[in-house]
Every structure is written in C-alpha cells, then in structure tokens.
Design a protein around this ligand. Structure first.
Ligand SMILES: [Zn+2]
Length: 82
C-alpha cells in the first residue's frame, strides 16, 4: 500500500508558487510502451513534473522478436509433411 501511495503524488513542489501544492494528473501523450502523465499545480497550473506509466501490452509480451517469423512457417511445414 505504501508503494501505491508513493505513485499517487498528492503534492509536488511548484517552482512558481515556491511551495509544495496539490497537483492534478493529466494525460499528456501516448507512448509506444506506455502513457506519459503531466502533473499540474492546482494553484497556478504550472507543470511541475511528469510520470511515465508502462502499459503491459499483451501483444508485446506474447511475441518475441524472431519467434514470430519462423514459428508459424515451421508449423506449416510439419502440417504439409503430415
Ligand atoms: Zn503553482
């Protein structure tokens, strides 16, 4: 539970307000391997930090480089022989 609370940045130091203030989490952009969040100061709206969250893509985990090509073709050859 402690780790989870650490992920949720309740307040971050804002250089403009010069103090730690509550922040709003905003989805900034999508990445090939995750999502980038932007933290905005609730008082002035200044971006005080970003957080990248890796999204476990089932397709990336299931298919390893190199296995995708020869795998199906080898199986097809077995079927032709049989
Ligand atoms: Zn601020």
């Amino acid at each position: 539970m402690d780790a989870f609370q650490r992920f949720q940045a309740a307040s971050l130091f804002c250089p403009k307000c010069r103090q730690a203030l509550p922040v709003k989490e905003k989805l900034l952009l999508f990445l090939p391997d995750g999502v980038l969040y932007d933290y905005l100061c609730e008082a002035c709206g200044t971006s005080v930090g970003t957080r990248k969250e890796s999204v476990p893509a089932s397709g990336l985990l299931g298919i390893k480089p190199g296995e995708g090509g020869p795998g199906p073709s080898a199986e097809a050859q077995r079927r032709r022989k049989a």
